[in-house]
Write a protein that binds this ligand. Structure first.
Ligand code: CA
Length: 137
C-alpha cells in the first residue's frame, strides 16, 4: 500500500488532496505543520511527501532540505508561488517535482504515481543487483 504524507496548513487544500489521492488508492496522512511532519516521518514510512512551502512553524526550503536529507523520501512541493526562481530554488533544495496551486487533480495524481512508480522500479533494480552479480561470477 502506497502511503503519502501531505504537509499543508490549510485544511481545505489538504482535505482536497487527501480525497483525490485516497480516490486513487493511496493511504494518506496529513500534517499541518513542520513539527507534525517530523513526528509522522519518525513514526512510519511513506512512499512520497507533498510539501507546502508556506508553513506556520518553518521556512519551507529549509524544511525541505532537512526532511529530504534525513528521510530520503521523494518530495513534491505544492506551492502558491509561481515564479520560475521559486521552482528552481525548490528543485535545488531537493524537491523531485513542483506543483503550483491551484492544481488540476489529474496532474496531482499523475505526478504522485510517477514518483512512487519510479521509486519502486529503482528499488527492484537495486534488490536484483546482488543476484546479477553472483550470476556473473
Ligand atoms: Ca500554507
Amino acid at each position: 500500500m502506497n502511503k503519502i504524507l501531505i504537509v499543508e496548513d490549510e485544511f481545505s487544500i489538504s482535505n482536497f488532496m487527501k480525497t483525490v489521492l485516497e480516490g486513487d488508492g493511496y493511504t494518506v496522512e496529513v500534517a499541518t505543520c513542520a513539527a507534525q511532519a517530523r513526528a509522522a516521518l519518525e513514526k512510519m514510512e511513506f512512499s512520497a511527501m507533498l510539501l507546502d512551502l508556506g508553513l506556520p512553524d518553518a521556512d519551507g526550503l529549509e524544511l525541505l532540505r532537512e526532511l529530504r536529507q534525513r528521510y530520503g523520501l521523494p518530495v513534491i512541493v505544492v506551492s502558491a508561488r509561481t515564479e520560475e526562481s521559486e521552482k528552481v530554488a525548490a528543485l535545488d533544495s531537493g524537491a523531485d517535482d513542483y506543483i503550483t496551486k491551484p492544481f488540476n487533480t489529474n496532474l496531482l495524481i499523475s505526478r504522485c504515481n510517477n514518483l512512487v512508480n519510479s521509486r519502486i522500479l529503482l528499488q527492484e533494480k537495486f534488490s536484483k543487483q546482488p543476484q546479477a552479480f553472483v550470476q556473473m561470477l
